[in-house]
Design a protein around this ligand. Structure first.
Ligand code: PMV
Length: 304
């Protein structure tokens, strides 16, 4: 039998990095998805844009870990994704969650969605060291979500789905989440008195931003995103290229724009109304970024 599942990538409206310190974050699944097709086979094979391997922790660490952690028989897994890799859009989580969903169905493992999210989070932690539950949780459940990390079982609240245009600007510079989280950790250890209040302010975006999201007040959400961007810059995860894309998007009429994900390279996200979205896409392209126009998605991991 062949089983195909897909799972979405995500953007952070607020809260990346602070979420690693237990603070609240708000993220949304987007209409960029990764598809995993699995089939029982006489030899384990993993195929993606990176090539074809067996269990291989150098080339395919996430998928290798999915197969091994579920102790399934020999299987072929094919990954196909529209999510740029290593860019802060949750490509690894989407690949993990789509693969877990497909393996769960192919081998009748009976895992619930909550269990898939939990196993997915454990795999991300094992492969990359520290990882918040945000990416795996949002990819499993879909929608716009406020997440409060808490050990193995994060507390989450589903919010009204963001229903304005979302424009992503990709610097196409690879960024290592592990390295960026490590750099912030060094600052936090050195200057806890400075860094803790920054994380507290980032936490407050959830409190102030959630009612704005519920009211569809994207002008307000955008203003908070702009403040969040400044704070991300202040903790050392910005770059000249990221800021160039952020300012290009704002100047072109976006309601707000910020880094999304770990920073360093990777992507920015901008919210815009329909009238401004095309200009935002153009402005990002003119500033040397790769622009992707997308929208929020209610659909989490699903058979396809
Ligand atoms: O760049 P991404 O999509 O891997 O997101 C990283 C977000 C951080 O908060 C920096 C780390 C985490 O695990 O939440």
């Amino acid at each position: 039998m062949t089983t195909t599942y897909s799972a979405p990538g995500k953007i952070y409206l607020f809260g990346e990095h602070a979420v690693v310190y237990g603070k609240r974050a708000v993220a949304s699944a987007i209409n960029l998805r990764t598809v995993a097709t699995v089939r029982e086979s006489n030899q384990t094979r993993i195929t993606s844009s990176l090539g074809t391997t067996g269990i291989d922790y150098m080339v395919h660490p996430y998928i290798s870990r999915c197969i091994e952690s579920l102790s399934v028989p020999e299987v072929s897994v094919m990954i196909d994704s529209d999510i740029p890799v290593g860019s802060g859009l949750g490509s690894s989580a989407a690949a993990v969650i789509a693969t877990l969903g497909a393996l769960n169905s192919e081998f009748g493992l009976g895992m619930t969605r909550a269990e898939i999210a939990e196993v997915g989070h454990a795999i991300e932690r094992e492969v990359q060291g520290a990882a918040s539950p945000t990416d795996t949780f949002v990819s499993t459940m879909g929608g716009t979500i406020m997440i409060t990390p808490g050990g193995l079982s994060p507390v989450s609240a589903k919010l009204r789905l963001i229903d304005c245009d979302i424009v992503i600007g990709d610097t196409r510079e690879f960024s290592s989440t592990k390295e960026l989280v490590g750099n912030v950790g060094v600052l936090h250890e050195r200057y806890p008195t400075v860094m803790n209040p920054v994380f507290d302010i980032i936490d407050s975006f959830a409190e102030v931003g959630v009612p704005l999201i519920e009211n569809g007040d994207y002008r307000g959400v955008g203003e908070l995103m702009n403040i969040n961007h400044g704070l991300l810059d202040s903790i050392g995860v910005g770059s000249a290229k990221l800021s160039a894309l952020v300012y290009a998007a704002r100047d072109a009429g976006a309601w707000g724009a910020k880094i999304t994900g770990a920073g360093g390279g990777g992507c920015i996200v901008a919210l815009a109304d329909e009238a401004a979205a095309d200009s935002v896409v153009q402005a990002i392209a003119d500033s040397g970024g790769h622009a992707i126009a997308t929208s929020a998605s209610e659909e989490g991991v699903a058979a396809r």
